[in-house]
Design a protein around this ligand. Structure first.
Ligand SMILES: [Zn+2]
Ligand SMILES: [Zn+2]
Length: 310
């Protein structure tokens, strides 16, 4: 018996559902495969034989190669170093669990242009979760920003920036010290997405790449940005944009601007800023990661040539 595949479904997800549908334990199915291919490892690893899984599931060849529209944008030589979903260089995003209402209750993993929120069912589906959303309008807006603006900057749910943003937002809130990333992201998703969006805009990129900008200035920027997205208004967000400028050899921070509304201080770093300062180099590296240029991969078989390589 076959399964109905979802767009962008992963090899592992198709394999698992195929085994379940046919009431065959996954290990047993793997043993059968290994009879024909004795060089495969003992451990069940269908990811090693995507072509074979395509055949077993009666999927069109190249199914697991994915769709271009699902690829995360990268900067590469083929588009003159602008961000694009170049069919040669752009990778598929990491696997994400799909909304259970969309899959009629089945656990399904896909690598497509989605984040953590199902807008249709107003559900949180990140990392196997399946919960109703309370502030659903904020979450749906964040999801749209992640799969739109951020995606086109090369930022996906698991490329590191959202995890960093969640850590930074929580650095301002001492009450939630021992939460792990996944539940923390569920609490702070709208703010985390806003923080990533703000701190990866062109002016921020220019500020963070400027060699005259030091760790204290990085911490000042991030502190102001965290304050603006968590407690501020759109006016405060604009003030952050206007306050941190780095042009050529000059790095200018407009400290007279009302970016420190949370503590009402006008100079120096506040408590949050001092905490951010401790991981300023990492902050800088992660916020600039999406600007890295990508070399074309040495070898990536195209769907048309895959059958020949079997
Ligand atoms: Zn390319
Ligand atoms: Zn759904």
């Amino acid at each position: 018996m076959l399964i109905e595949p979802f767009a962008g479904e992963t090899v592992g997800s198709v394999y698992r559902r195929l085994a379940t549908r046919n009431a065959v334990p996954m290990g047993e199915l793997w043993t059968t495969i290994r009879h024909a291919r004795p060089r495969l490892p003992l451990r069940t690893t269908p990811e090693l034989v995507p072509r074979l899984v395509e055949e077993l599931a009666d999927l069109p060849p190249g199914f697991f190669y994915g769709r271009r529209s699902d690829r995360l944008f990268v900067r590469c030589i083929h588009t003159n170093w602008r961000h694009s979903n170049c069919p040669t260089c752009a990778p598929l995003p990491s696997a994400v669990t799909k909304c259970r209402r969309c899959t009629a209750g089945e656990p399904v993993e896909v690598r497509t242009r989605i984040g953590a929120v199902c807008a249709r069912h107003r559900r949180w589906h990140y990392a196997g979760a399946d919960r109703d959303l309370a502030r659903s309008a904020d979450f749906v807006r964040a999801e749209r920003c992640l799969t739109g603006t951020l995606w086109e900057r090369g930022i996906g749910p698991d490329t590191g920036e959202l995890e960093l943003a969640t850590t930074l937002i929580r650095a301002g809130d001492l009450r939630q010290e021992d939460e792990s990333h996944r539940p923390a992201l569920e609490c702070h998703y709208p703010e985390a997405v806003r923080l990533v969006a703000l701190t990866t805009e062109t002016w921020a990129e220019r500020f963070l790449t400027n060699t005259n900008v030091g760790p204290i200035q990085v911490a000042a920027l991030v502190e102001a940005a965290v304050n603006a997205v968590t407690g501020g208004t759109s006016h405060d967000v604009d003030a952050v944009r206007a306050s941190f400028r780095a042009e050529g050899r000059e790095a200018v921070i407009g400290l007279d601007r009302p970016v420190r509304f949370r503590y009402g201080r006008s100079s120096g770093l506040d408590e949050l800023g001092r905490r951010i300062l401790k991981f300023a180099p990492r902050v800088r590296a992660i916020l600039l990661r999406h600007t890295d240029a990508r070399k074309p991969p040495a070898r990536r078989p195209r769907p048309s040539s895959r059958r020949a390589q079997r």
